[in-house]
Design a protein around this ligand. Sequence first.
Ligand code: COA
Length: 256
Amino acid sequence: MADTVQLDVEDDVATVTVDRPDSLNALNVETLEALDDAIEEAEDADARALVLTGAGEKAFVAGADISYMAEMDVQEAEEYADLGHSVANAIESFPAPAIACINGYAFGGGMELALACDLRVASERAVLGQTEIDLGIIPGWGATQRLPRLVDDETARRLVYFGDRLDATDAHEEGLVGEVLAHDELREYVDELAAELAAQPATALQAAKEAINQSHETTLEAGLDFERRTWAGLFGSHDQREGMAAFLEDRDPKFE
Ligand code: COA
């Protein structure tokens, strides 16, 4: 893995840190490839929660690397888009919840990676935006699809058409982030949230994530069918037996 991405796995929580603070953690090809590898390694390590964050005091991820993109041709742009989509898809389909710990600037591709996470928690210092329009392009790593699914259609259009940069409070009001924390409390809070998720019954949590993901991908009928089958498939699992026995015996469950 390139040294621009760090992976730490501790107590079933994998933390992936984009570590190019001199470029505000902008994602060049090497860093994107390293991110892809880190997420795969986190999955191999059976992480029960994934945290994505940026190194340094200023940025989560300031976006795709503009100095790299400036001279790209169509072919190179397609390859770069493929790589960005691959990372975003790996986060979205990670078999445990992913939390974006947005510790500063999250622009363009940085915001798109946050959109692929299950939960977004921001520092009060964070600034977020799909700013690609200012560069004469559009979002290319998923925001035109994931943003209208997260916020309402018009909010998504306004963010993409105008490229507005929202502070954390406005981002929260618009539904882009679930919570805003004092900067100094962000990391500890996110670590606690991740630990709490890691202690949940992992099979059920993965099933819940897959079922909710389906709601963005399919018809209501197919999604309901997916839920029905996934729900039924949990019966007979250790955690289902244990969770229900613990309730009936009035004790705390011991999940796998
Ligand atoms: N790609 C490449 N390099 C970037 C970058 C990006 N997306 N964002 C920041 N950087 C680099 C700057 O070029 C600068 O490098 P340098 O020190 O070699 O000149 C360094 O990071 C620090 O950025 P700087 O602009 O000096 O910091 P700032 O605090 O004044 O402003 C931002 C920070 C994030 C507001 C500003 O850098 C910015 O607007 N970046 C572009 C964000 C963007 O549009 N991203 C979407 C890309 S699709």
